[in-house]
Design a protein around this ligand. Structure first.
Ligand code: SF4
Length: 338
């Protein structure tokens, strides 16, 4: 174990109900990382407002994400968990970074182009999203950023922003590296698109065993396997992909063999998968119910996280202001006017 741990920053949107795609793609990884690194995990509400949202629903969305993260094993004794808007320096540094970020770099971001193409009127916040992301990361001098593959381009831009700012105002910000997790892409139950709450193809982390079974029961399988006696192809079946994430090696082998030999039907296969998912998620569901009955604890964790982050962020912005000359009191004549 190194004496000074490398620092990690990662964010998650306050979508309210987290799902197994979030769990496999980020949260499970975070729980392991908090033992090896100094981790800052942030509920990025300022990023969430770049999409349409209901203000009246936002507090519950933030709370539910915090509660679920804690229930899933994010441990405030090992890491810092906080809400982005509780630390105003995120927005301030993002604005500072706009002064070194070329417009063309933002316009070529794949995620921006994808989202903008689906909107009639594109808001500036969507374009600025990666600049705020750079501020999130660099405010804490993070060395590593756990992300999905679709975010790697944004981390490259963060590095470029750090380089451009350092070139102008002196070496200060590190160039962070993307840490792409072991699970690259989790498909939704429709087997078509990435699992996403907005597409309605998810299994929520806190759903009951009955709800989980109802969703898996109708999940898409190998479309060529029309009858029970037909052999199937597990490699084109998303139910089988989920077995790989949630089932033991024995169960994965059982599903694979049973499928290609038509020894099992899809319902048998799905029942086994549903049982394994329920088994893995049960402790999270139980802990979440306990936390819901003690909401003060969740608020305390977030308040302590915000306090720690404000101290660090304040020091960073102090240095940034000094280097950029944003401090009239630095003039020798300051304070001598009386
Ligand atoms: Fe998919 Fe399992 Fe059906 Fe094969 S048996 S097609 S792996 S659900």
């Amino acid at each position: 174990m190194p004496e000074t741990k490398s620092r990690i920053f990662s964010g998650i949107q306050p979508s309210g109900e987290l799902h197994i795609g979030n769990y496999l793609g980020a949260i499970k990884n975070w729980v392991g990382l908090q033992d090896q690194y100094e981790c800052f995990f942030c509920i990025v509400d300022l990023h969430a407002i770049t999409q349409p949202f209901e203000a009246s629903e936002m507090p519950a969305r933030i709370f539910d994400v915090a509660l679920t993260l804690l229930a899933a094993g994010i441990d405030p004794d090992k890491c810092t968990l906080f809400v982005q808007s509780d630390v105003p320096e995120h927005s301030e540094l993002a604005w500072v970074f706009t002064s070194v970020t070329p417009l063309g770099e933002l316009e070529r971001m794949t995620q921006y182009k994808d989202k903008a193409a689906r909107q009639e009127s594109v808001l500036t916040g969507l374009l600025m999203y990666p600049v705020l992301q750079a501020a999130d990361i660099l405010l804490y001098h993070a060395h590593l950023v756990p992300v999905g593959e679709d975010q790697v381009q944004h981390i490259e831009l963060t590095r470029e922003i750090a380089r451009k700012w350092n070139a102008r105002y002196g070496e200060y910000f590190p160039e962070p590296e993307a840490l792409v997790g072991p699970v690259r892409r989790v498909l939704g139950l429709d087997g078509q698109a990435k699992m996403s709450k907005s597409l309605g193809n998810t299994i929520g982390l806190l759903e009951s065993p009955e709800e989980i079974w109802e969703k898996i029961r109708v999940a898409l399988t190998d479309p060529q396997r029309k009858r029970r006696k037909d052999p199937g192809n597990p490699n084109v079946c998303n139910v089988f992909s989920l077995h790989r994430h949630f089932s033991s090696a024995d169960d994965v082998a059982w599903a694979e063999q049973g499928c290609v030999s038509a020894a099992i039907g899809c319902i048998d296969c799905k029942r086994r998968l549903a049982g394994n998912i329920v088994k893995e998620l049960e402790p999270i569901r139980v802990r979440a119910a306990e936390l819901r009955s003690e909401p003060e604890y969740v608020f305390e964790v977030l308040a302590a996280g915000a306090e720690r982050c404000r101290a660090i962020a304040g020091r960073t912005m102090g240095e940034v202001r000094d280097r950029m000359g944003l401090r009239v009191s630095a003039l020798p004549a300051a304070g001598k006017h009386d």
